[in-house]
Design a protein around this ligand. Structure first.
Ligand code: DGL
Length: 268
């Protein structure tokens, strides 16, 4: 048993999809969240820059004495997790492997599409992880750059016309490919699940945050690191900028009133 917080970091507010999944699955856990709002988006950066940002994010959460780290950001998980894993003294998990494993198990026709940022699809991390489990699987990566600003600006109502327009465009190659499983490989995309789902009703949509949180729970249980249920769990939210915008969008992600203090921090 370990009551220290779990450190969760993301390029911005999107990682709150992982916080929501964690609060539902492991309600006793204390959470330390870092959103690097000042440098978001990560999905357009090159690998070298991403690795530098990811190392700074990790160093910050480790300074808060966390017992484990969840890299909620799809882009960092895809481009930098192997490096972070080598450098991290506590258990660390990204969103790629758990979602890839779930997709590889779930597909019936062996065709899996991955929706992500440009950096995520370029990295090839999801296809590699899927083929480790199911070598014959076919994959299609589709960069969906407009989904992130749409979510940030609140176009998230199921069937929202602007989100639907872009979803139709991004899903056209997925339909032609014939995927029966789609991985929502970016923190922001689970919020658009209903809009995306309406366009591909017979396809299984995998929420990377939920898969990662399930894997995190297994990992913590296996190492006897789950928190006990004494006392009210705490949530600490840190951002590198954009505090007001973070608070506003946070309610959309958590689907609830967001009444936590948000601290603006420097990573250096
Ligand atoms: N958090 C990023 C991800 O999950 C999306 C937003 C960004 O580009 O920074 O890939």
């Amino acid at each position: 048993m370990d009551n220290r917080p779990i450190g969760i970091f993301d390029s911005g507010v999107g990682g709150l999809s992982a916080v929501r999944a964690l609060m539902r699955r492991c309600p006793n856990e204390n959470i330390l969240y870092l959103g690097d709002e000042a440098r978001m988006p990560y999905g357009t950066r090159d690998r070298e820059t991403l690795l530098r940002y990811a190392r700074e994010d990790l160093a910050f959460v480790l300074r808060q004495d966390v017992k484990a780290v969840l890299v909620a950001c799809g882009t960092v998980s895809a481009a930098a997790l192997d490096d972070l894993r080598r450098e991290c003294p506590v258990p660390i998990l990204g969103v790629v492997e758990p979602a890839a494993a779930e997709a590889a198990r779930a597909t019936r026709n062996g065709k899996i599409a991955i929706l992500g940022t440009g950096a995520t699809t370029r990295s090839g991390a999801f296809p590699r992880a899927i083929r480790r489990i199911r070598p014959g699987a076919e994959t299609l990566g589709v960069p969906c750059p407009m989904f992130v600003p749409l979510v940030e600006n609140g176009y998230i109502r199921p069937g929202d016309p602007a989100a639907t327009l872009f979803a139709e465009e991004y899903l056209a190659p997925v339909k032609a490919f014939g995927a029966d499983v789609i991985i929502l490989g970016c923190t922001h995309f689970p919020v658009l699940k209903a809009t995306i789902g309406q366009l591909v009703p017979d396809t299984l949509l995998i929420d990377t945050s939920k898969s990662a949180v399930a894997a995190l729970e297994d990992l913590l249980r296996g190492q006897d690191l789950l928190a006990d249920n004494s006392g009210e769990p705490s949530q600490v939210y840190c951002v590198t900028g954009g505090k007001e915008g973070f608070e506003e969008v946070a309610e959309r992600f958590l689907g609830d009133r967001f009444d936590h203090e948000v601290e603006v921090v420097s990573l250096s």
